[in-house]
Design a protein around this ligand. Structure first.
Ligand SMILES: C[S@@+](CC[C@H](N)C(=O)[O-])C[C@H]1O[C@@H](n2cnc3c(N)ncnc32)[C@H](O)[C@@H]1O
Length: 211
């Protein structure tokens, strides 16, 4: 990993930046997912979680926050440390693990998820890796789980294909937020049936040459 993801996170310091707007929208979708969650424990898994503040924003003061537990997987130890601080502010039991989220063996123990966050991943990996990761979603989630994903919409806009791949994986779109073509997009999916199929040995790897 050669990109400086700590530097990338600095765009969140400006509340009017597109990235901050995206995070606010992700936070609202997380709150909606918690509003709709079935009674009982809610397991959250966030892959490539960064500083974890999307989850902190969405779950803070939510009436279901005490039902929330789970795992954030982040490769950069500095961001994982920030995420640990963010999770400590929640009345929830959330672990932050410094690990490669492209390797399912590194987070298999944290599954199945009721809420799966795939934010900031699909703009950084190949189309084949996106497709492979989406195909594995039903094996990562419980039936009825919510998946929140993001992707930029720079040309060629891949979001129609991404949405079709979620459909093909047996997910149902429950939301798609995008301020404009060329801007960011956030998708929200419901896993209609979980799967016991084995996950691939590798889901994805970040590519630096996409920037
Ligand atoms: C675009 S940022 C997204 C962060 C956060 N999810 C968000 O939306 O604000 C991508 C994050 O993925 C992390 N990352 C890159 N490759 C990874 C890998 N193989 N496993 C886990 N995290 C990885 C980076 O350190 C960075 O924090």
């Amino acid at each position: 990993m050669t990109r400086d993801w700590v530097q990338w996170h600095r765009a969140y310091d400006d509340p009017s930046s597109p990235l901050s707007q995206r995070r606010s929208a992700v936070g609202r979708l997380i709150r909606s997912a918690l509003d709709a969650a079935a009674p009982g424990p809610i397991t959250v898994v966030s892959l490539c979680a960064g500083d974890g503040r999307d989850l902190a924003l969405g779950a803070a003061d939510h009436p279901r926050v005490a039902d929330l537990s789970g795992t954030l997987v982040e490769l950069d130890p500095r961001l994982a440390a920030d995420a640990t601080v963010a999770m400590a502010g929640l009345s929830a039991t959330i672990r932050v693990e410094v690990a490669d989220a492209g390797d399912p063996d590194r987070f298999r123990h944290a599954l199945p998820a009721d809420l799966l966050l795939l934010c900031g991943i699909f703009g950084n990996i190949s189309d084949d890796d996106i497709r492979r990761t989406i195909a594995a979603v039903p094996a990562m989630c419980r039936t009825g789980a919510t998946v929140i994903w993001t992707r930029h919409r720079r040309e060629p806009d891949l979001t129609p294909s991404i949405r079709a791949w979620f459909d093909a994986a047996g997910c149902e779109s429950t939301g798609f937020v995008s301020p404009a073509s060329g801007s960011f997009a956030i998708g929200c999916e419901r896993v209609t049936v979980s799967s016991t199929a084995p996950m691939p040995t590798r889901l994805f790897g970040f590519l630096d040459d996409l920037w």
